[in-house]
Design a protein around this ligand. Structure first.
Ligand code: PMP
Length: 380
């Protein structure tokens, strides 16, 4: 089978793996052990990893807090901010704004806020999957305290106008969070210049290991304060206690460094491959439709609707491809993608949709084979 699911996760780059390995073996120390060489080696590795990750996003080292991944970072951004707001002003009403095509860790986290008496607006997006700045302006209320918008959509690849949205938030003194899990490492960014307050991202989407991610927390102009996520020994500036995942951080750092170094070249290659894939698909499958924004889209992602071909019927062919489909049978019940529904697809169309996401090791030959496999599946 050919792997076309790089948005779900990526293999660990061999260079990343090589960088991590010594931190499982000889340098196994606890970075909090301040009295010996094992501890110092681990501490130095975490310092370096934090610096590499900070450089990828244009932050200062101390603004990067390591977590277990973007799900944790997203949840912490929401609940950590809320509890700080409540601590400072318990009686004040609170309103958050997000969109209806966010990752489930934002959607469900925001939905859970109703129990804490927070009003949440889930703004609809346009048919390309973009948040409309004008709509956000209309949704503002006197007590709007946070906005959270996904930077690059994980299903359809649409890029949101994050600079404009962050500027709007700043103008109105509203905290701005973005889920950049599919953006960091793939598009150039500078969180400091853009005025982003909080940003979630994850190592395993950028050829790093699973189980490590980060939350960027703005350190000044203005300084953003969150309540700690985990109490304990005071690691991660007292915000997220627990022994740091040293090999994970080393791998995240190396992965970030490689992405930064190769970003322009890598995205040009992926853009070309995905455009070739799209052209060949259109030639092979009449009526195939592209979902998401025609131009403001991630270089590596194609989400398509096959005319009249439910993906569940194509399973034996799709297994040769390793793709994600727009609908999935989770715990026995059919789950229809809220993102595809959110951009106006009918349930029928969603069931005929799939995502091909390309990555560092995708080749030109794999593109042609993917088209052949899909074409054959549909004709059968
Ligand atoms: N947000 C987005 C946009 C994602 O694509 C993902 C991963 N599917 C996550 C959050 C969750 O990331 P993690 O697996 O690191 O928890």
């Amino acid at each position: 089978p050919i792997y076309f699911d790089y948005n779900a996760t990526t293999p660990v780059d061999p260079e990343v793996f090589a960088a991590m390995e010594p931190y499982f073996k000889q340098h196994f120390g606890n970075p909090a052990s301040a009295g010996h060489t094992w501890g110092w080696a681990a501490e130095a590795a975490v310092v370096k990893g934090r610096e590499q990750v900070a450089q990828l996003i244009g932050a200062k080292s101390q603004e990067v807090i390591f977590t277990s991944g973007a799900t944790e970072s997203n949840n912490w951004a929401i609940f950590g901010l809320l509890s700080k707001l409540r601590e400072n002003n318990p009686q004040e009403p609170v309103h958050f704004i997000t969109s209806n095509v966010e990752h489930s860790s934002i959607m469900k986290g925001m939905a859970a806020l109703t129990r804490w008496n927070v009003d949440v607006t889930f703004l609809p997006v346009d048919h390309n999957g973009q948040v409309q700045v004008e709509q956000v302006k209309k949704a503002l209320r006197p007590h709007t305290r946070m906005m959270s918008f996904i930077w690059v959509n994980n299903e359809i690849g649409t890029i949101n106008p994050i600079a404009e949205l962050a500027a709007l938030a700043k103008e109105n003194k509203i905290y701005f969070h973005t889920d950049a899990t599919q953006a960091a490492g793939k598009i150039p960014m500078n969180v400091t210049d853009m005025g982003i307050d909080l940003m979630s991202f994850s190592a395993h989407k950028i050829y790093g290991p699973k189980g490590v991610g980060a939350l960027y927390i703005r350190g000044k102009d203005p300084k953003v304060q969150l309540d700690p996520l985990i109490y304990g020994g005071g690691q991660e500036r007292g915000l997220r206690s627990g022994t740091v995942n040293v090999p994970g951080v080393v791998g995240f750092g190396k992965a970030a460094e490689l992405c930064k170094k190769n970003q322009a070249q890598e995205s040009a290659k992926l853009r070309e491959l995905s455009q070739t894939l799209w052209k060949e698909l259109q030639a092979a499958i009449p009526g195939v439709k592209l979902n998401g924004h025609p131009t403001e889209r991630a270089a590596n992602n194609l989400n398509i609707t096959l005319p009249g071909a439910k993906t569940e019927k194509l399973m034996s062919h799709l297994q040769k491809l390793g793709v994600s489909t727009g609908s999935a049978c989770g715990t026995g019940a059919m789950v229809i993608s809220h993102v595809l529904t959110g951009i106006g697809l009918s349930p029928e169309e969603v069931q005929c949709s799939l995502r091909l996401s390309l990555g560092r090791w995708t080749t030109r030959e794999e593109i042609s084979r993917a088209v052949d496999i899909l074409k054959e599946g549909i004709s059968k």
